[in-house]
Design a protein. Structure first.
Ligand SMILES: NC(=O)c1ccc[n+]([C@@H]2O[C@H](COP(=O)([O-])OP(=O)(O)OC[C@H]3O[C@@H](n4cnc5c(N)ncnc54)[C@H](OP(=O)(O)O)[C@@H]3O)[C@@H](O)[C@H]2O)c1
Length: 253
């Protein structure tokens, strides 16, 4: 199967690239940092292509599926994993930063889904995997745009599953809680005290294995670590409890 995987230069995407390639998939890896993409490709065992691209540019995004298909044939599996976070007070943030974040985390995945779907429907097979976040329900504090971007992606997936219910196309949403990656570490650096203290953290390799397993079963959703499924089941309670957790931003971060 040909997998188009975004955000493959580090963290969850890099781990997933290795796991998918060991499982026999042909990969097209996308991110901005070509040197890192090349390193990840070198650590993969099967045929692996790299397509360096800035996915905040809608023109680039519009041509991405065609570019990937020119390299390795029809895209069977789309993994929308590329994402950025922003931690900061809404009142003082640069609105352009927030809009760029929503473009990368929400609008780009939707545009890529729009690009792959006609081919998947015509071929009668395909899988779409969107890496959202447990932040769709709670956390991280001071993450207004990030939370909005992931909640919107998750909501779009609910809708898409309904729309595609009579087709063989499967849509899976991944809801990671905190995972030790570049992003996970960077986010923590914005707070005076760790708001995730005492809560479980995951690691990218284990999450990648979980995603592969869930893909094979055709699951609709994964929460990882599983503890964060509670963030949905008890979303109102969790938000209530969060009011009492003292979280302060570092002003030098
Ligand atoms: N780590 C966590 O705690 C956590 C929790 C919940 C959800 N997530 C989600 O998991 C996904 C992967 O995050 P991660 O933790 O693995 O973080 P990461 O290591 O920072 O990876 C982010 C990936 O996105 C790519 N990316 C960023 N901006 C891009 C752009 N403009 N164009 C193309 N690619 C771009 C990065 O590559 P380049 O910089 O090379 O472009 C990198 O490959 C994200 O969607 C994130 O929101 C992470």
């Amino acid at each position: 199967m040909h997998v188009l995987l975004t955000g493959a230069s580090s963290g969850i995407g890099a781990a997933l690239a290795r796991v998918l390639s060991q499982d026999g998939h042909v990969l097209t890896l996308v991110a901005r940092r070509q040197a890192l993409l090349d390193e990840v490709a070198a650590s993969c065992v099967g045929p692996t292509h790299v397509l360096p691209a800035d996915l905040t540019d809608p023109v680039v995004v519009e041509g991405l599926v065609a570019a990937a298909e020119a390299l390795a044939g029809p895209v069977d599996i789309l993994v929308n994993n590329a994402g950025i976070e922003y931690v900061g007070a809404t009142a003082t943030m640069d609105p352009d930063v927030g809009e760029r974040l929503i473009r990368l985390n929400t609008l780009t995945p939707l545009r890529l889904i729009r690009s792959v779907l006609p081919g998947m429907l015509a071929r009668g097979k395909g899988q779409i995997i969107d890496v959202a976040s447990a932040a769709a329900y709670v956390f991280p504090p001071y993450g207004t745009h990030y939370t909005a971007s992931k909640a919107a992606l998750a909501a779009a997936d609910h809708q898409l599953r309904w729309e595609l219910r009579k087709t063989p196309i499967r849509v899976m949403t991944v809801y990671p809680g905190p995972v030790r990656t570049e992003m996970g570490t960077r986010v923590l650096g914005h707070y005076r005290t760790d708001p995730s203290k005492g809560l479980p953290w995951g690691n990218a390799d284990e999450l990648a294995q979980r995603i592969l397993h869930a893909m094979k079963r055709g699951d609709e959703e994964i929460f990882y670590p599983r503890f964060y499924a509670l963030s949905r089941s008890f979303a109102r309670l969790t938000r209530f409890i969060m009011r009492f957790i003292p979280v302060e931003l570092r002003h030098d971060a």
